[in-house]
Design a protein around this ligand. Sequence first.
Ligand code: NAD
Length: 334
Amino acid sequence: KKLGIALVGLGGYSTHQLAPALQETENCYLAGIVTGTPSKVDDWKRKYNIPDKNVYNYENFDEIANNDDIDIIYVVLPNALHAEYVIRAAKAKKDVICEKPMATNVEDAQRMLEACNENGVQLAIGYRLHFEPFNKRVMELGQQQVFGKVESITANNSSDMTSEKPNIWRLDKKLAGGGPLMDLGIYAVQGAVYTMGKPPVAVTANYGEVTKPLVFHDVEQSINWELEFEEGIKAKSNSSYAEDQNELSAEAEDGWWKVSPAYAYEGKKGETSEGKMDYPNIYEQVKQMDGQAESFRKNEKSIVPGEMGLRDMKILMAIYESAEAGGKRVEIHN
Ligand code: NAD
Protein backbone atom coordinates (compact mmCIF):
# COMPACT_ATOMS: atom_id res chain seq x y z
CA LYS A 1 0.00 0.00 0.00
CA LYS A 2 1.17 3.52 -0.78
CA LEU A 3 1.38 5.63 2.35
CA GLY A 4 -0.89 8.68 2.46
CA ILE A 5 0.79 12.07 2.93
CA ALA A 6 -0.98 15.21 4.14
CA LEU A 7 0.74 18.48 3.22
CA VAL A 8 0.49 21.18 5.89
CA GLY A 9 0.77 24.64 4.31
CA LEU A 10 -0.06 25.04 0.64
CA GLY A 11 2.45 27.75 -0.29
CA GLY A 12 4.97 27.85 -3.10
CA TYR A 13 6.93 24.71 -2.26
CA SER A 14 3.87 22.52 -1.72
CA THR A 15 2.14 23.87 -4.81
CA HIS A 16 4.99 23.83 -7.31
CA GLN A 17 7.24 21.03 -6.07
CA LEU A 18 5.77 18.62 -3.55
CA ALA A 19 2.23 18.09 -4.85
CA PRO A 20 3.40 17.54 -8.45
CA ALA A 21 6.16 15.21 -7.16
CA LEU A 22 3.56 13.21 -5.24
CA GLN A 23 1.93 12.34 -8.58
CA GLU A 24 5.08 10.39 -9.46
CA THR A 25 6.01 8.74 -6.16
CA GLU A 26 5.74 4.98 -5.74
CA ASN A 27 5.73 4.56 -1.97
CA CYS A 28 3.43 7.44 -1.05
CA TYR A 29 0.72 9.69 -2.49
CA LEU A 30 -1.00 12.97 -1.76
CA ALA A 31 -3.90 11.91 0.46
CA GLY A 32 -4.79 15.10 2.31
CA ILE A 33 -4.21 18.81 2.84
CA VAL A 34 -4.10 21.15 5.81
CA THR A 35 -4.60 24.82 5.03
CA GLY A 36 -5.67 28.06 6.65
CA THR A 37 -6.86 29.45 3.32
CA PRO A 38 -10.34 28.09 2.44
CA SER A 39 -10.17 29.56 -1.09
CA LYS A 40 -7.41 27.08 -1.98
CA VAL A 41 -9.40 23.99 -1.04
CA ASP A 42 -11.59 23.46 -4.13
CA ASP A 43 -8.70 23.71 -6.56
CA TRP A 44 -6.58 21.25 -4.62
CA LYS A 45 -9.46 18.81 -4.15
CA ARG A 46 -10.28 18.83 -7.85
CA LYS A 47 -6.71 18.75 -9.11
CA TYR A 48 -5.54 15.95 -6.80
CA ASN A 49 -8.73 14.04 -6.17
CA ILE A 50 -8.74 14.70 -2.43
CA PRO A 51 -11.94 13.73 -0.58
CA ASP A 52 -13.58 16.21 1.81
CA LYS A 53 -12.79 14.05 4.82
CA ASN A 54 -9.05 14.52 4.16
CA VAL A 55 -9.15 18.32 4.18
CA TYR A 56 -8.20 20.05 7.42
CA ASN A 57 -7.59 23.56 8.72
CA TYR A 58 -5.32 24.63 11.56
CA GLU A 59 -8.16 24.47 14.11
CA ASN A 60 -9.36 20.92 13.43
CA PHE A 61 -5.89 19.62 12.47
CA ASP A 62 -5.58 17.40 15.57
CA GLU A 63 -8.56 15.31 14.40
CA ILE A 64 -6.23 13.93 11.74
CA ALA A 65 -5.31 11.39 14.46
CA ASN A 66 -8.54 9.53 13.58
CA ASN A 67 -7.93 9.46 9.82
CA ASP A 68 -6.45 6.19 8.59
CA ASP A 69 -5.86 7.60 5.10
CA ILE A 70 -3.10 9.80 6.50
CA ASP A 71 0.12 8.01 7.45
CA ILE A 72 2.59 10.89 7.11
CA ILE A 73 2.24 14.58 7.89
CA TYR A 74 4.55 16.87 5.90
CA VAL A 75 5.02 20.31 7.50
CA VAL A 76 5.73 22.96 4.83
CA LEU A 77 5.01 26.14 6.82
CA PRO A 78 7.19 29.18 7.60
CA ASN A 79 10.13 28.04 9.74
CA ALA A 80 8.91 29.29 13.14
CA LEU A 81 5.69 27.26 12.79
CA HIS A 82 7.45 23.93 12.18
CA ALA A 83 7.75 23.15 15.90
CA GLU A 84 4.05 23.51 16.74
CA TYR A 85 2.86 21.43 13.79
CA VAL A 86 5.48 18.70 14.09
CA ILE A 87 4.60 18.29 17.76
CA ARG A 88 0.85 18.20 17.01
CA ALA A 89 1.50 15.67 14.22
CA ALA A 90 3.51 13.50 16.62
CA LYS A 91 0.69 13.61 19.18
CA ALA A 92 -1.66 12.48 16.40
CA LYS A 93 0.71 9.46 16.10
CA LYS A 94 1.67 10.16 12.51
CA ASP A 95 5.17 9.93 11.09
CA VAL A 96 6.43 13.38 10.18
CA ILE A 97 8.47 15.08 7.48
CA CYS A 98 9.48 18.62 8.41
CA GLU A 99 10.89 21.15 5.96
CA LYS A 100 14.29 22.75 6.47
CA PRO A 101 15.36 24.48 8.60
CA MET A 102 13.89 22.16 11.22
CA ALA A 103 13.10 25.09 13.55
CA THR A 104 14.27 28.59 14.43
CA ASN A 105 16.19 27.65 17.58
CA VAL A 106 17.82 24.64 19.22
CA GLU A 107 15.25 24.32 22.02
CA ASP A 108 12.36 23.94 19.58
CA ALA A 109 14.26 21.33 17.60
CA GLN A 110 14.88 19.38 20.82
CA ARG A 111 11.21 19.59 21.78
CA MET A 112 10.19 18.32 18.34
CA LEU A 113 12.53 15.37 18.55
CA GLU A 114 11.32 14.53 22.06
CA ALA A 115 7.65 14.69 20.99
CA CYS A 116 8.34 12.29 18.13
CA ASN A 117 10.27 9.89 20.36
CA GLU A 118 7.64 9.98 23.11
CA ASN A 119 4.86 9.24 20.63
CA GLY A 120 6.80 6.52 18.85
CA VAL A 121 6.75 8.24 15.44
CA GLN A 122 9.55 8.87 12.95
CA LEU A 123 10.78 12.33 12.04
CA ALA A 124 12.64 13.18 8.83
CA ILE A 125 13.77 16.56 7.49
CA GLY A 126 13.07 17.64 3.90
CA TYR A 127 16.75 17.42 2.95
CA ARG A 128 16.25 16.43 -0.69
CA LEU A 129 19.95 16.54 -1.70
CA HIS A 130 20.73 13.35 0.20
CA PHE A 131 18.68 11.59 -2.49
CA GLU A 132 20.34 13.31 -5.47
CA PRO A 133 23.22 11.80 -7.53
CA PHE A 134 25.65 14.78 -7.70
CA ASN A 135 25.47 15.42 -3.97
CA LYS A 136 25.59 11.69 -3.19
CA ARG A 137 28.79 11.52 -5.21
CA VAL A 138 30.22 14.44 -3.22
CA MET A 139 29.50 12.49 -0.01
CA GLU A 140 31.38 9.52 -1.47
CA LEU A 141 34.32 11.58 -2.77
CA GLY A 142 34.78 13.29 0.57
CA GLN A 143 33.91 10.58 3.06
CA GLN A 144 35.61 7.69 1.26
CA GLN A 145 38.62 9.86 0.47
CA VAL A 146 38.50 8.96 -3.23
CA PHE A 147 41.06 11.74 -3.90
CA GLY A 148 42.71 11.42 -0.50
CA LYS A 149 41.87 13.50 2.53
CA VAL A 150 39.81 16.65 2.03
CA GLU A 151 41.96 19.73 2.65
CA SER A 152 39.47 22.56 2.15
CA ILE A 153 35.85 23.16 1.14
CA THR A 154 33.99 26.03 -0.46
CA ALA A 155 30.19 26.06 -0.16
CA ASN A 156 28.10 29.06 -1.18
CA ASN A 157 24.35 29.37 -1.60
CA SER A 158 22.80 32.74 -2.36
CA SER A 159 19.81 33.92 -4.28
CA ASP A 160 19.03 37.48 -5.33
CA MET A 161 15.60 38.18 -3.94
CA THR A 162 15.84 41.95 -4.25
CA SER A 163 14.68 42.04 -7.86
CA GLU A 164 11.35 40.43 -6.97
CA LYS A 165 9.18 40.73 -3.89
CA PRO A 166 10.24 37.92 -1.54
CA ASN A 167 7.61 36.14 0.54
CA ILE A 168 7.37 38.54 3.39
CA TRP A 169 7.81 35.97 6.16
CA ARG A 170 11.34 35.27 4.89
CA LEU A 171 12.29 38.84 5.88
CA ASP A 172 10.61 38.55 9.28
CA LYS A 173 12.98 37.24 11.92
CA LYS A 174 10.15 35.95 14.14
CA LEU A 175 8.84 33.68 11.37
CA ALA A 176 12.04 32.83 9.52
CA GLY A 177 14.49 32.71 12.44
CA GLY A 178 16.98 34.69 10.37
CA GLY A 179 17.78 35.58 6.78
CA PRO A 180 19.64 33.78 3.99
CA LEU A 181 21.56 31.59 6.45
CA MET A 182 18.34 29.87 7.59
CA ASP A 183 16.89 29.59 4.10
CA LEU A 184 19.88 29.03 1.78
CA GLY A 185 23.05 28.90 3.86
CA ILE A 186 21.75 25.75 5.53
CA TYR A 187 22.47 23.93 2.25
CA ALA A 188 26.07 25.12 2.32
CA VAL A 189 26.41 24.00 5.94
CA GLN A 190 24.98 20.62 5.00
CA GLY A 191 27.26 20.42 1.96
CA ALA A 192 30.37 20.99 4.05
CA VAL A 193 29.24 18.50 6.69
CA TYR A 194 28.41 15.72 4.22
CA THR A 195 31.64 16.30 2.36
CA MET A 196 33.49 15.67 5.62
CA GLY A 197 31.05 13.07 6.97
CA LYS A 198 31.23 14.65 10.41
CA PRO A 199 30.11 17.84 12.12
CA PRO A 200 32.37 20.87 12.60
CA VAL A 201 33.98 21.65 15.96
CA ALA A 202 33.90 25.45 15.72
CA VAL A 203 32.85 28.38 13.58
CA THR A 204 33.74 32.00 12.92
CA ALA A 205 31.25 34.23 11.09
CA ASN A 206 30.60 37.80 10.05
CA TYR A 207 27.62 39.64 8.63
CA GLY A 208 28.07 41.24 5.22
CA GLU A 209 27.44 44.85 4.37
CA VAL A 210 23.81 45.98 4.19
CA THR A 211 23.36 47.71 0.85
CA LYS A 212 19.55 47.45 0.84
CA PRO A 213 18.51 48.67 4.30
CA LEU A 214 14.88 49.10 3.26
CA VAL A 215 14.59 45.38 2.60
CA PHE A 216 17.01 43.99 5.17
CA HIS A 217 16.25 45.68 8.47
CA ASP A 218 15.12 42.60 10.40
CA VAL A 219 17.16 39.72 8.94
CA GLU A 220 20.71 39.78 7.59
CA GLN A 221 21.26 40.61 3.91
CA SER A 222 24.30 38.34 3.79
CA ILE A 223 26.60 36.41 6.06
CA ASN A 224 29.90 34.61 5.61
CA TRP A 225 31.33 31.94 7.82
CA GLU A 226 34.09 29.40 8.17
CA LEU A 227 33.42 25.99 9.68
CA GLU A 228 36.37 24.34 11.35
CA PHE A 229 36.56 20.54 11.36
CA GLU A 230 38.94 18.26 13.23
CA GLU A 231 42.58 18.55 12.17
CA GLY A 232 41.93 22.19 11.24
CA ILE A 233 40.17 21.50 7.93
CA LYS A 234 38.14 24.60 6.97
CA ALA A 235 34.99 25.11 4.95
CA LYS A 236 34.43 28.67 3.74
CA SER A 237 30.89 29.77 3.00
CA ASN A 238 28.74 32.72 2.12
CA SER A 239 25.01 33.17 1.82
CA SER A 240 23.16 36.24 0.61
CA TYR A 241 19.69 37.36 -0.43
CA ALA A 242 21.21 39.97 -2.77
CA GLU A 243 23.31 37.95 -5.22
CA ASP A 244 23.34 34.55 -6.91
CA GLN A 245 25.82 31.82 -5.90
CA ASN A 246 25.42 28.06 -5.91
CA GLU A 247 28.52 26.00 -5.35
CA LEU A 248 29.89 23.05 -3.41
CA SER A 249 33.54 22.27 -4.05
CA ALA A 250 36.54 20.78 -2.33
CA GLU A 251 40.28 20.38 -2.66
CA ALA A 252 41.69 17.06 -1.54
CA GLU A 253 45.23 15.66 -1.33
CA ASP A 254 45.14 14.11 -4.81
CA GLY A 255 42.37 15.93 -6.63
CA TRP A 256 39.41 18.29 -6.48
CA TRP A 257 35.71 18.54 -7.34
CA LYS A 258 33.17 21.22 -7.90
CA VAL A 259 29.39 21.01 -8.28
CA SER A 260 27.70 24.21 -9.46
CA PRO A 261 24.80 24.66 -9.31
CA ALA A 262 24.78 22.22 -6.42
CA TYR A 263 21.57 22.96 -4.53
CA ALA A 264 19.08 24.04 -7.20
CA TYR A 265 16.17 21.75 -8.05
CA GLU A 266 17.57 21.10 -11.51
CA GLY A 267 20.43 21.84 -13.89
CA LYS A 268 23.19 20.50 -11.64
CA LYS A 269 26.65 20.32 -13.18
CA GLY A 270 29.83 18.95 -11.75
CA GLU A 271 33.46 18.34 -12.51
CA THR A 272 36.34 16.61 -10.76
CA SER A 273 40.08 16.71 -11.41
CA GLU A 274 39.42 13.60 -13.53
CA GLY A 275 36.70 15.12 -15.71
CA LYS A 276 33.02 15.83 -16.00
CA MET A 277 30.61 14.37 -13.44
CA ASP A 278 28.03 12.61 -15.52
CA TYR A 279 24.79 12.06 -13.62
CA PRO A 280 21.18 12.51 -14.59
CA ASN A 281 19.18 15.36 -13.11
CA ILE A 282 16.35 13.64 -11.28
CA TYR A 283 13.08 14.70 -9.65
CA GLU A 284 14.60 15.08 -6.19
CA GLN A 285 11.38 15.50 -4.25
CA VAL A 286 10.10 12.20 -5.70
CA LYS A 287 13.21 10.33 -4.57
CA GLN A 288 13.20 12.10 -1.23
CA MET A 289 9.59 11.34 -0.31
CA ASP A 290 9.79 7.78 -1.65
CA GLY A 291 12.93 7.21 0.40
CA GLN A 292 11.42 8.71 3.54
CA ALA A 293 8.15 6.76 3.10
CA GLU A 294 10.13 3.54 2.73
CA SER A 295 12.06 4.15 5.93
CA PHE A 296 8.82 4.99 7.77
CA ARG A 297 7.18 1.82 6.50
CA LYS A 298 10.08 -0.26 7.79
CA ASN A 299 10.10 1.79 10.99
CA GLU A 300 13.75 2.61 10.36
CA LYS A 301 15.44 5.93 10.95
CA SER A 302 15.54 8.04 7.78
CA ILE A 303 18.94 8.94 6.31
CA VAL A 304 17.88 12.54 7.06
CA PRO A 305 16.45 12.12 10.57
CA GLY A 306 15.28 14.74 13.04
CA GLU A 307 18.63 14.34 14.83
CA MET A 308 20.33 15.71 11.71
CA GLY A 309 17.96 18.68 11.75
CA LEU A 310 18.89 19.33 15.39
CA ARG A 311 22.61 18.98 14.63
CA ASP A 312 22.25 21.60 11.89
CA MET A 313 20.26 23.96 14.12
CA LYS A 314 23.18 23.92 16.57
CA ILE A 315 25.57 24.83 13.76
CA LEU A 316 23.31 27.60 12.40
CA MET A 317 22.87 29.12 15.86
CA ALA A 318 26.64 28.98 16.47
CA ILE A 319 27.16 30.84 13.18
CA TYR A 320 24.77 33.59 14.32
CA GLU A 321 26.40 33.67 17.76
CA SER A 322 29.78 34.24 16.15
CA ALA A 323 28.49 36.90 13.75
CA GLU A 324 26.70 38.70 16.61
CA ALA A 325 29.98 38.70 18.54
CA GLY A 326 31.81 40.23 15.57
CA GLY A 327 33.56 37.08 14.38
CA LYS A 328 34.49 35.48 17.68
CA ARG A 329 35.35 31.77 17.37
CA VAL A 330 32.44 29.74 18.75
CA GLU A 331 32.84 26.07 19.60
CA ILE A 332 30.13 23.64 18.54
CA HIS A 333 29.29 20.82 20.94
CA ASN A 334 27.32 17.90 19.58
P1 NAD B 1 5.47 30.18 1.08
O1 NAD B 1 5.47 31.54 1.63
O2 NAD B 1 5.33 30.02 -0.40
O3 NAD B 1 4.32 29.31 1.77
C1 NAD B 1 4.09 29.35 3.15
C2 NAD B 1 2.66 28.89 3.42
O4 NAD B 1 2.43 28.95 4.83
C3 NAD B 1 1.61 29.76 2.74
O5 NAD B 1 0.66 28.94 2.14
C4 NAD B 1 0.99 30.53 3.90
O6 NAD B 1 -0.38 30.81 3.70
C5 NAD B 1 1.17 29.54 5.05
N1 NAD B 1 1.13 30.17 6.37
C6 NAD B 1 0.50 29.67 7.43
N2 NAD B 1 0.65 30.45 8.50
C7 NAD B 1 1.39 31.49 8.13
C8 NAD B 1 1.89 32.64 8.78
N3 NAD B 1 1.62 32.88 10.10
N4 NAD B 1 2.62 33.53 8.08
C9 NAD B 1 2.91 33.30 6.78
N5 NAD B 1 2.47 32.22 6.10
C10 NAD B 1 1.73 31.32 6.75
O7 NAD B 1 6.80 29.44 1.57
P2 NAD B 1 7.50 28.14 0.96
O8 NAD B 1 8.55 28.59 0.00
O9 NAD B 1 6.49 27.19 0.51
O10 NAD B 1 8.28 27.60 2.25
C11 NAD B 1 7.64 26.82 3.26
C12 NAD B 1 8.70 25.98 3.97
O11 NAD B 1 9.30 25.11 3.03
C13 NAD B 1 9.84 26.77 4.59
O12 NAD B 1 10.23 26.17 5.80
C14 NAD B 1 10.95 26.66 3.57
O13 NAD B 1 12.24 26.76 4.14
C15 NAD B 1 10.70 25.28 3.01
N6 NAD B 1 11.19 25.13 1.61
C16 NAD B 1 12.02 24.12 1.33
C17 NAD B 1 12.49 23.95 0.04
C18 NAD B 1 13.40 22.79 -0.28
O14 NAD B 1 13.96 22.77 -1.36
N7 NAD B 1 13.52 21.82 0.59
C19 NAD B 1 12.13 24.84 -0.94
C20 NAD B 1 11.26 25.88 -0.62
C21 NAD B 1 10.80 26.03 0.67
